[in-house]
Design a protein around this ligand. Structure first.
Ligand code: HCA
Ligand code: CU
Length: 408
């Protein structure tokens, strides 16, 4: 028998996820991990994505109401973006509005013109970025970083500095630059895996060496080129970062960054981070982005994808009809999604009986078996889908199970 010695979080023993949550504990009290959403900056770097100013303002309002801690937007991209940044800053939202600019005085000036109180600036610090993109030496990069921080701080801005391509930078230089900008008064440092090349333990190690050298709070910004963005970001938080960058549906440069939905659910349920996210907005946020970008989330996308809460195989249907938690980690209504069951050749006896009850037919074990066999013989794959979440349907389920069980 398993004995957990380190019960840090309170989870009821009758919660079906109880033991899984206990395995997820790392022996320390859960800490708050914040979210910076960059749909309006990184998200707009996704091919084909561009929002109107009205849309940007609406997205900012919704993200704020959802409960993210910071919202990032770049005022330097176009006059339109500058206008949007100014307007969003005037809305009086709870979240910090972070103006994302290059590490140049002229860009800091643009953040100031917008009346921003938070800005973020980025500078490539890997050898390839300095040599082939920026064409500067390490010394010049160091000088530019310190000057930008000092300039922004002298104007009273709160600021984050992103050591772009940090995962591929010489760690010695990375630490040196982090120390220098910390001394210059930077408020946060973002450790990005700009090309998505890390695995979780690698991101852990990277953040840890920075954390061991500076006291400045850390963000993690992980790209999803190999599908590990969220896992890497969470590993970075285990090593001491306390803010993850996301976008709605994960849109961003190339394959993007962690999706807001997955990140917020993971933080709430798996990490027990004390955030106050309105998780039931997650579907609506995803739909909003779909509507504005035309990018439809792929079918099996976690949390918000159309099949995230669809159940199909006969054995699954049988279990779901008794207790949906048998095959669902989190209830769909919690994230604004809906549970559906799929009827077709895999439906089995229980699925068939349920279908018969919906059609108003009397069902007993024998007929249910015949219908199940009939569905298989049709060989038409999935025939229909039915939402399964209101009280009436639950009642039918109960009746169905009773009849099939007792043969009445
Ligand atoms: C970029 C680079 C960036 C910056 C991340 C950050 C990255 O497109 O400007 O500011 O935290 O991935 O390194 O998105
Ligand atoms: Cu990025």
């Amino acid at each position: 028998m398993f004995i957990f010695v380190n019960f840090v979080t309170k989870v009821a023993m009758d919660d079906p996820n109880y033991y899984a949550y206990k395995h997820n504990e790392n022996g320390t009290k859960p800490k708050k991990i914040k979210i910076l959403d960059s749909t309006l900056r990184e998200g707009e770097q996704h091919p084909g994505v561009t929002f109107s100013n009205k849309q940007r303002i609406q997205i900012a309002w919704m993200l704020d109401y959802f409960g993210v801690d910071q919202i990032e937007i770049s005022p330097v991209v176009s006059p339109d973006h500058k206008e949007a940044t100014k307007t969003i800053l005037k809305q009086g939202l709870k979240a910090d509005i972070v103006a994302h600019v290059r590490a140049l005085k002229e860009d800091v000036d643009i953040a100031l013109e917008c009346d921003a109180s938070w800005m973020a600036t980025y500078l490539g610090i890997s050898d390839i970025h300095m040599k082939d993109k920026l064409r500067i030496t390490r010394e010049e990069a160091m000088r530019r970083a310190i000057e930008t921080v000092e300039y922004a701080k002298s104007h009273g801005l709160k600021m984050r500095f992103t050591v772009e391509d940090g995962s591929r930078a010489d760690p010695e230089f990375l630490i040196k630059i982090c120390k220098e900008i910390s001394d210059a008064g930077v408020d946060r440092i973002s450790i990005p895996d700009t090309v998505g090349i890390m695995r979780p333990i690698g991101m852990y190690n990277l953040v840890k060496i920075v954390k061991d050298n500076v006291k400045t709070p850390l963000d993690v910004h992980c790209h999803n080129d190999i599908g590990l963005a969220l896992a890497n970001a969470l590993a970075g938080c285990d090593a001491g970062a306390d803010q993850i960058h996301t976008t709605i549906d994960g849109v961003g440069e190339r394959t993007g960054i962690p999706a807001l939905a997955e990140t917020a659910v993971a933080l709430t349920y798996l990490y027990k981070s004390p955030n106050n996210f309105r998780l039931d907005m997650l579907m609506d946020l995803s739909r909003l982005i779909e509507q504005y970008t035309g990018i439809v989330p792929y079918d099996s996308k976690p949390i918000v994808g159309p099949t995230a809460y669809k159940h199909k195989a006969g054995t699954h249907l049988a279990a779901i009809l008794r207790n949906p938690a048998a095959y669902e980690p989190i209830e769909p209504k919690v994230v604004g999604n809906r549970r559906k069951i799929v009827f077709g050749e895999l439906a089995g006896k229980n699925g068939a009986a349920y279908l018969m009850s919906l059609l108003g037919l009397d069902q007993d074990e024998e007929h249910a078996k015949k219908v199940a066999a009939g569905l298989k013989n049709l060989r038409m794959g999935d025939l229909l889908e039915i939402p399964l979440d209101d009280r009436l349907e639950r009642k039918i389920i109960n009746d169905t199970q009773m009849k099939v069980k007792t043969g009445k």
